[in-house]
Design a protein around this ligand. Structure first.
Ligand SMILES: [Zn+2]
Length: 396
């Protein structure tokens, strides 16, 4: 039995507006209580007196820890160290999209995944040596069996396959990726700009399979819209057969014009992701809150934006224990500040880099990973400095 004055929670996020799509909570004013590394309770007014630390997050949005389905932490010259840019932007789980292949995954795990606080999963590049440059052009290095064997060895960390950037003709890289996915019951994320011998409609309607992902879905290089800004019919047909569309913002893969036209015509993304790397951050501040803000500005309802950034990517990587605020589940929680003001949001369309002015922006206020506060922009979870004890007894 607990006496009323004894803290039963380590941290109470008090007064926020909670979005937890997996549990059907969409915009309710609830408290979220954390004990140790788990969610202890979600409910109205959980009695602040019983928590060791209380953060008043009234007016802010509380969501499950964000999940970024497309990042670069290894194997690419523009890769970033995960923690500084993920945790500071509300991301507690991130997927490296093809930085490593079956030959280099162990090194990736040893040098990056195992050392990071951010929970990292991998999509294994069909190119055995991983991403960018020669390996992604070398068909001999793309082996479906060895890729599948590596996935079977580390199903705890490898969630699928990436096929990207192949400049030669034909379907071999994609077909091999699909074969490896079939063998391991995973999915392929594809970034293949169409060429005349490899058109986008054939790719999505004949070569990819249900559950496979087209990333960079609003990129000028993936022609979702025609010259009249109409979404091409075969994109709807691809969605009907279960192809999944991911934002993968990047530094060259998000056009306001395409995104707005598509969303107006009933083609929102399935998942929001950043394609986080040096230049996507520097050119477009392509973080999760920034990319989520862009979807809001395009008219996607907030509850859908949150689902696309939490529960849907969790389902995609088959980790239903993540992307929710379920009681007794792991305490990955993000608090977002939804500010009003005068803001500018940049893109990178084929006709040049543009800006769109808008009056709202989401920013990460607090990030909790496994029960630990790993980002707290305004110190809301901390006691006031005036409680600092005097320096009595310290040697001068
Ligand atoms: Zn990428």
């Amino acid at each position: 039995m607990t006496t009323p004055n004894r803290p039963v929670y380590d941290l109470l996020l008090h007064g926020g507006t909670v979005y937890d799509p997996a549990n059907g909570i969409n915009g309710l004013k609830l408290d979220v209580a954390i004990s140790g590394n788990v969610i202890a309770a979600v409910g109205p007014d959980l009695w602040p007196a019983t928590a060791r630390h209380v953060a008043d997050v009234t007016g802010m949005i509380v969501t499950p820890g964000l999940i970024d389905l497309h990042c670069h932490f290894f194997g690419y010259f523009g890769s970033i160290a995960p923690d500084p840019l993920c945790l500071s932007t509300g991301v507690t789980t991130a997927v490296d999209a093809g930085g490593s292949g079956h030959l280099t995954f162990d090194e990736f795990n040893e040098t990056v995944i195992s050392k990071a606080t951010t929970r990292i999963f991998a999509l294994l590049n069909i190119a055995g040596e991983g991403m960018v440059g020669e390996p992604e052009q070398d068909l001999e290095g793309m082996n479906a069996q060895l890729t599948a064997a590596k996935i079977a060895q580390r199903p705890d960390l490898i969630v699928g396959i990436k096929v990207a950037h192949y400049a030669g003709p034909g379907w071999d890289p994609l077909n091999r990726g699909v074969a490896a996915a079939n063998e391991t019951d995973t999915f392929v994320m594809v970034d293949q700009t169409p060429i005349s011998s490899r058109p986008m409609n054939d790719m999505m309607l004949e070569h990819m399979q249900t559950g496979d992902v087209v990333t960079h879905c609003y990129a000028s290089s993936k022609p979702m819209t025609d010259p009249n800004d109409r979404v091409r019919d075969y994109f709807f047909r691809a969605r009907d057969r279960g192809i999944h569309f991911d934002v993968g913002h990047g530094a060259g893969s998000f056009s306001w014009r395409i995104a707005q036209a598509a969303i107006d015509q009933g083609f929102p993304p399935d998942t929001i992701s950043t394609d986080l790397h040096h230049s996507s951050y520097l050119t477009n501040q392509a973080t999760m809150p920034e990319t989520m803000s862009k979807m809001l500005i395009c008219g996607v309802p907030l509850e859908d934006v949150v689902a696309m950034s939490t529960w849907r990517p969790a389902e995609k990587i088959r980790r239903p224990d993540l992307g929710t605020l379920s009681v007794a589940g792991v305490a990955d929680v993000t608090v977002l500040r939804h500010s009003e003001g005068e803001f500018g949001f940049t893109d990178n369309g084929s006709s040049g880099n543009r800006v769109r002015r808008a009056g709202q922006r989401l920013e990460a206020e607090i990030t909790v990973k496994g029960g630990k506060v790993v980002w707290d922009r305004n110190g809301l979870t901390r006691d006031d400095w005036e409680h600092t004890v005097p320096q009595e007894g310290r040697l001068p």
